[in-house]
Design a protein around this ligand. Structure first.
Ligand SMILES: [Zn+2]
Length: 318
C-alpha cells in the first residue's frame, strides 16, 4: 500500500514535470512543487518530482526580474533597504478538511493546533529566525468526498476549483490522504500568474499535530509545504552547485537529510548541512528553524508575487 501510493504519485509527477521546458519556470499542469517524503532515501538520488537545476535557475531569474519590474531593484536586500518591504505579513488561511466520511475529519482543536504550529515555526519560537510571517484562520470547512480524499493529487482541479477562495495573498490549506510516504505538495508563487487555479497547499491529514504518523506529526509538513508556497526551495536544491537554493545563509547540501542526524556535512563549501531547517527532509522533532535569509526571501517573494496583486479572476470571494 505504501509503495503503491508512492509509485502512483511519481507516475503523475513524471507525466507533468517532464513536459515542462527546462528553460522556463512554467508550472506543471497540476501545480506540483514539492512532494515531501517520509523516506528521503527512497526519493533520492533519482527523485522524479525534483525541480531541475534549469527550472530552479529560471524561477530565481523570474523572481529578480519581477523585483526589477515592480520595484526597480535588482535584489531583495535593495528592496529591504528601500523600506518597501513589509515588516510583517499576516496571512489569512482558509482551511479545507477533506474526508471520506470515516477518515480525515479533524477537530477544531487540531486545526487550531496546526495554526499554532505554523505560527511558532514562522515566528522563530521553535529555535530559528522570526520570518515576519504569521497565519490567521479565517474559515474552516469539512467536505465529504471520497475521491478527493483518497486521490487529492489527481483531483486537484476539481477540489481547488470548488473550494479555494481569495487571491494570491490567501492561503488555501487542504488536508486529505496524500499518502503514507508522500506527505504533501504545494505550488510556488511564480506560478500564480499562469495558473492561479493551482495555488494551494495540500498535506496529509495524519501529519497534523498529534496525528498518527510517527516522527511526522508536529504539523511541520504544512510548515515545509507552505515554505514552498512562500517561495523557498529545499536547501539541497542543486546539491553542492551554485546557486543552491538561492538563499545566502543556507549552506549547500548534497542530499536531503533523513531521520535526525546530529551533524552532516556533504559539500566542500563552508558550513555544515542545515539538517534542522524546515525546508530539509528530517523528522519533525529534528526541524527547528528558518534562517534570517529565508525570512527575507519570503517577504521579498511576497512583495514580488502576492502583495497588492489582483486576484486574476481566480476565485470568487465570499
Ligand atoms: Zn519540499
Amino acid at each position: 500500500m505504501r509503495r503503491r501510493v508512492l509509485s502512483g504519485l511519481f507516475g503523475v509527477v513524471l507525466a507533468s514535470c517532464a513536459t515542462v521546458p527546462a528553460s522556463t519556470c512554467a508550472p506543471p499542469a497540476r501545480g506540483v512543487a514539492c512532494l515531501r517524503h517520509v523516506s528521503a532515501g527512497v526519493a533520492r538520488p533519482r527523485d522524479p518530482d525534483a525541480l531541475s537545476p534549469a527550472q530552479v535557475k529560471a524561477m530565481l531569474r523570474d523572481f529578480t526580474d519581477t523585483l526589477r519590474r515592480r520595484y526597480s531593484v535588482s535584489d531583495e536586500r535593495q528592496l529591504e533597504a528601500s523600506r518597501r518591504l513589509a515588516g510583517r505579513i499576516d496571512i489569512p488561511v482558509r482551511f479545507h478538511v477533506i474526508t471520506d466520511g470515516r477518515n480525515g475529519r479533524l477537530s477544531t482543536a487540531v486545526i487550531n493546533e496546526q495554526l499554532r504550529s505554523l505560527n511558532a515555526a514562522y515566528g522563530g519560537t521553535t529555535g530559528g529566525a522570526d520570518t515576519g510571517v504569521s497565519f490567521r484562520l479565517v474559515t474552516a470547512d469539512v467536505v465529504r468526498n471520497a475521491q478527493w480524499f483518497e486521490r487529492p493529487h489527481d483531483y486537484q482541479p476539481q477540489m481547488l476549483g470548488t473550494l479555494a477562495r481569495g487571491g494570491p495573498g490567501t492561503l488555501n490549506l487542504f488536508t486529505a490522504a496524500v499518502g503514507s510516504e508522500v506527505l504533501g505538495f504545494s505550488s510556488f508563487p511564480q506560478w500564480y500568474r499562469l495558473r492561479p487555479s493551482t495555488d494551494a497547499v495540500v498535506v496529509d491529514y495524519r501529519s497534523v499535530p498529534g496525528g498518527p504518523f510517527a516522527h511526522f506529526n508536529r504539523g511541520y509538513t504544512a510548515v515545509h509545504e507552505i515554505g514552498h508556497w512562500l517561495g523557498l526551495f529545499h536547501p539541497f536544491e542543486n546539491g553542492c552547485a551554485p546557486p543552491g537554493d538561492g538563499v545566502d545563509d543556507t549552506p549547500y547540501e548534497a542530499l536531503p537529510t533523513q531521520n535526525c542526524p546530529e551533524i552532516k556535512d556533504t559539500c566542500p563549501a563552508p558550513g555544515t548541512d542545515p539538517v534542522h531547517n524546515f525546508m530539509d527532509y528530517a523528522w519533525d522533532p529534528c526541524m527547528t528553524s528558518f534562517t534570517p535569509g529565508q525570512g527575507l526571501r519570503i517577504r521579498a517573494m511576497w512583495a514580488a508575487y502576492r502583495a497588492g496583486q489582483a486576484s486574476a479572476a481566480r476565485r470568487r470571494s465570499r
